[in-house]
Design a protein around this ligand. Structure first.
Ligand SMILES: *[C@@H]1O[C@H](CO)[C@@H](O)[C@H](O)[C@H]1NC(C)=O
Ligand SMILES: *[C@@H]1O[C@H](CO)[C@@H](O)[C@H](O)[C@H]1NC(C)=O
Ligand SMILES: *[C@@H]1O[C@H](CO)[C@@H](O)[C@H](O)[C@H]1NC(C)=O
Ligand SMILES: *[C@@H]1O[C@H](CO)[C@@H](O)[C@H](O)[C@H]1NC(C)=O
Ligand SMILES: *[C@@H]1O[C@H](CO)[C@@H](O)[C@H](O)[C@H]1NC(C)=O
Ligand SMILES: *[C@@H]1O[C@H](CO)[C@@H](O)[C@H](O)[C@H]1NC(C)=O
Ligand SMILES: *[C@@H]1O[C@H](CO)[C@@H](O)[C@H](O)[C@H]1NC(C)=O
Ligand SMILES: *[C@@H]1O[C@H](CO)[C@@H](O)[C@H](O)[C@H]1NC(C)=O
Ligand SMILES: *[C@@H]1O[C@H](CO)[C@@H](O)[C@H](O)[C@H]1NC(C)=O
Length: 562
C-alpha cells in the first residue's frame, strides 16, 4: 500500500498517469512493473556520445558504512533495505576508499569547490556569519559546467553559505534550487534544526526571532511548498519536475543532496512500520529514512531511463561523512498522531561496522564513506567492479570538468589569492584506462594524513575511538556509546595500515618507525599549504532580514541589490 501511495505521488508529478483521481491498485502496480528495470537492456550497449554526459550527483547525509545493503552481510543484513542502491552498485563501480571530511559543511564545500577542506573551507557553517562556507571568489563546479552548456539544478541541503545572493546555489551556478541552507531542518515544516536537544520530548514550533524556517526556492523563500509534504517527497517531486521538463539533448547536472539520514530523524509512518521489528526508535526511523531515499533513487533513475537519458549518465553517490554514533539520550517524541516517532535526542542510529569510529572522527568510520558510480556512462566491462585506490570528494570537480571538456583551473580564485583546486580527474581510473588512482595522498587535517596504504593521526584527543558491532545492541550506542572513547595519538603518533587493517586495530607507530617518520615529514610539509577558514562573527542583520524581508525564512542578507 505504501509503495503504491509513493508511486501515486510521483506519478502525478511526472505525468506518467495523468489522472487527477486516485489510480486503481492494478494501474499503480502496472506502472510499477513498467518502470522496474534499472539499467535495462536498451541502455546496456550505449554507444559513446559526443554530447557531454548527464551528471547525477547524490550526496547523502550521515550515512553509516553498514547502513546500505551492499556493505552488510550475516543475519542482520535485512535490517537495512536498500535494493535500489544495491542494484545501482552492482551495475556500477563501488568506490571503497572514497574519503570525505568528518562533518557536513567541509565535505559539501569540497565537492562544490574542488578544494580539500584544509584549503579555506574547513569549518561547520554558521548560517549568519558573513563569510561562512565557500569563499566568494572560488569558482564552483556548476559554474564550470555551465560553460559547457549544462543546465544545472540543486535540490536539498546546501550548507556552504548564504550571506549574499552569490553564495546561494543560484549564485554558485545552479539554474534552480530547492534547498535549505543550514545543517538540517525539520522535515514536516522546515523549521531550522537547532541541534540535538537531550531529553526534550516536545519541541515548540519555530517563532522569530528565536527560530526561523529554512527552505529556499532559487531566489526566494519556498513559502508555498513549506509544510505541505514530507521534505524528501518535495525533493523527489522537484527532481522529477526538472527531469520531465529537461530537453535530453542538453547536458544536465543535477545535485540531489538528500536530508537522509541527518537528525532530526523523521519518516512517514508507513516507512517506520516497515522496520517495526527494530529497536530502539532512533534506529527504526533512521532505517526508514534510508529506505525512503532508496525509493526516491528508484523513481529518479527510472525516469531518466524512460527519458532516454540514463545511457549517457554518470551517477555519483557519496555520503558526506560517516554515520553518527553518539548517545541516544532520552526518548523520541511519539506524541503526534500520524507521524510516528521523531527523534532529536543525541545523534544516534547509524552503524559503521566494521570500521572504527563515526561522524566527528578521523577514523575510517568518520571519513571513508559509502560511495559508488553508476549509470550508462560506466563502460560495460567495468560494471560490477570496485576501486580501492584513494579518492576524495574534491576529485569530482576535475572529473566532471574533464567529461564536459572544460578546463577546471580556477583563475578567479588565483586572482583573489585563494588556494587552487586540489581535484584529480578520476575518469581514466574509473573507465579502466588507468590502473591506479591519480591520488595517493589526502591531507585530511593539520594532524591527520592519508598517504598510500597508511594513515597518521597526531591529535591528543581523537573521539569516537571504538567500533560498531554488526548488530544492535552491540552496534550503535545504547549501552556503550562509541562517543565515550577517545584515543591519544600525541606522542609518537598513531600509525595504521588502513588497507591491511581497515578497522584500525593495530597501531604500527613502534613497529614501523621509518614509515612513521616519513608520514610525519610529509604531513609537516603538506601542512604548510593550510589556508585558514575565516567565516567572521554572526551578523544580527541576518536574523533581521529573515524576520522582516523573508517572513520568517532564512535567506541572503548582504549585497541584495547585486
Ligand atoms: C540512449 O537511449 C535512447 C532511448 O533508449 C536513444 O534514443 C539514444 O540514442 C541513446 N543514446 C545513446 C548515446 O546511446
Ligand atoms: C573577490 O574578488 C573581487 C575582484 O577581484 C574583489 O573585489 C572582492 O573583494 C573579492 N571578494 C572577496 C570576498 O575577497
Ligand atoms: C543556466 O545558467 C547559466 C548561467 O548561470 C546560463 O548561461 C544558462 O542559460 C542557464 N540555463 C538555463 C536552462 O536556464
Ligand atoms: C510556488 O512558488 C514558486 C516559486 O516561487 C512558483 O513558481 C509557483 O508558481 C508557486 N506555486 C504556487 C502553487 O503558488
Ligand atoms: C535523559 O534521560 C535518561 C533517561 O531518564 C537519562 O538516563 C539521561 O541521563 C538523561 N540525559 C540528560 C542529558 O539529561
Ligand atoms: C573488489 O573486487 C575484488 C574482485 O572482485 C574483490 O576480490 C574484493 O573483495 C573487492 N573489494 C571490496 C572492498 O569490495
Ligand atoms: C570499546 O568499548 C568496550 C566496551 O564496550 C571497552 O571495553 C573497550 O575498552 C573500548 N575500546 C576502546 C579502544 O576504547
Ligand atoms: C561487539 O562487536 C565487536 C566488533 O565486531 C566485537 O569485537 C565484540 O566481541 C562484540 N561484543 C559482543 C558482546 O558481542
Ligand atoms: C596524551 O598523551 C600525552 C603523553 O603521551 C600526555 O602528555 C597528554 O596529557 C595526553 N593527553 C590527553 C588528553 O590525555
Amino acid at each position: 500500500m505504501m509503495m503504491m501511495m509513493r508511486l501515486l505521488g510521483v506519478a502525478l508529478v511526472v505525468g506518467v498517469m495523468a489522472v487527477a483521481a486516485l489510480p486503481a491498485p492494478a494501474a499503480a502496480t502496472a506502472a510499477a512493473a513498467a518502470v522496474r528495470t534499472i539499467g535495462g537492456d536498451d541502455d546496456a550497449a550505449a554507444p559513446p556520445s559526443n554530447q557531454p554526459p548527464h551528471i547525477l550527483m547524490v550526496l547523502v547525509d550521515d550515512l553509516g558504512w553498514a547502513d546500505v545493503g551492499y556493505h552488510r552481510s550475516g543475519p542482520h543484513k535485512s535490517d537495512i533495505q536498500t535494493p535500489t542502491i544495491d542494484k545501482l552498485v552492482s551495475q556500477g563501480i563501488a568506490l571503497e576508499r572514497h574519503y570525505v571530511h568528518k562533518v557536513c559543511s567541509p565535505t559539501r564545500a569540497s565537492f562544490q569547490s574542488g578544494r580539500l577542506p584544509v584549503h579555506g573551507i574547513d569549518g561547520q557553517v554558521v548560517l549568519c556569519a558573513p563569510r561562512a562556507g565557500i569563499p566568494e571568489n572560488m569558482t564552483t563546479v556548476a559554474q564550470h559546467l555551465n560553460k559547457a552548456g549544462y543546465a544545472s539544478h540543486f535540490v536539498g541541503k546546501w550548507d556552504v553559505g548564504m550571506a549574499t545572493p552569490s553564495h546561494t546555489p543560484h549564485g554558485r551556478g545552479y539554474n534552480t534550487s530547492l534547498n535549505y541552507f543550514g545543517h538540517a531542518n525539520w522535515m514536516w515544516n522546515q523549521d531550522e534544526w537547532q541541534g540535538s536537544q537531550n531529553n526534550v520530548s516536545h519541541r515548540p514550533p519555530c517563532k522569530a526571532p528565536d527560530c526561523f524556517k529554512d527552505f529556499w526556492d532559487t531566489d526566494r523563500p519556498a513559502h508555498n511548498l513549506s509544510g505541505t509534504l514530507y521534505e524528501e517527497q518535495l525533493f523527489v517531486q522537484r527532481i522529477t519536475d526538472i527531469i520531465e521538463a529537461h530537453d535530453p539533448s542538453q547536458p544536465l547536472f543535477l545535485t540531489y543532496a538528500s536530508k537522509v539520514a541527518h537528525y532530526p530523524l523523521q519518516a512517514p509512518i508507513e516507512y517506520q512500520q516497515q522496520f517495526a521489528n527494530i529497536e530502539p526508535p532512533s534506529r527504526r526511523v533512521y532505517h526508514a529514512m534510508v529506505k525512503y531515499l532508496d525509493d526516491n533513487l528508484y523513481y529518479i533513475t527510472t525516469l531518466m531511463q524512460k527519458k532516454g537519458m540514463w545511457n549517457n549518465t554518470l551517477m555519483v553517490f557519496s555520503s558526506d561523512n560517516g554515520g553518527p554514533v553518539m548517545a541516544f539520550d532520552g526518548d523520541c517524541d511519539a506524541s503526534h498522531p500520524s507521524r510516528g516517532y521523531m527523534c532529536y535526542n543525541g545523534e544516534a542510529g547509524a552503524n559503521n561496522y566494521p570500521l572504527r569510529g563515526g561522524k566527528y572522527s578521523f577514523f575510517e568510520g568518520g571519513i571513508r564513506v559509502n560511495a559508488f558510480v553508476s549509470g550508462g556512462l560506466i563502460p560495460a566491462d567495468q560494471r560490477g567492479s570496485n576501486r580501492t585506490g584513494i579518492m576524495h570528494i574534491a576529485d569530482w570537480y576535475a572529473t566532471f570538468c574533464a567529461l564536459a571538456g572544460v578546463d577546471p583551473t580556477d583563475h578567479r580564485a588565483a586572482a583573489a589569492n585563494l588556494p587552487p583546486i586540489d581535484s584529480h580527474n578520476m575518469w581514466p581510473y574509473l573507465a579502466g584506462q588507468a590502473r591506479f588512482s591519480p591520488r595517493d595522498t589526502v591531507l585530511v587535517d593539520r594532524d591527520v594524513l592519508v598517504f598510500g596504504d597508511y594513515k597518521l593521526l597526531l591529535g591528543a584527543s581523537n573521539p569516537m575511538a571504538n567500533w560498531s558491532g554488526p548488530a544492535y545492541p552491540n552496534a550503535t550506542t545504547a549501552t556503550s556509546p562509541i562517543s565515550r572513547y577517545t584515543l591519544n595519538c600525541s606522542d609518537p603518533g598513531c600509525l595504521f595500515n588502513v588497507v591491511e587493517d581497515p578497522e584500525e586495530r593495530h597501531d604500527l607507530a613502534e613497529e614501523k618507525p621509518d614509515i612513521l617518520k616519513l608520514m610525519k615529514f610529509t604531513l609537516t610539509e603538506l601542512a604548510k599549504s593550510i589556508f585558514p577558514y575565516n567565516p567572521g562573527p554572526v551578523d544580527p542583520q541576518c536574523m533581521k532580514t529573515a524576520e522582516t524581508k523573508y517572513d520568517g525564512f532564512y535567506g541572503p542578507w548582504l549585497n541584495l541589490d547585486g
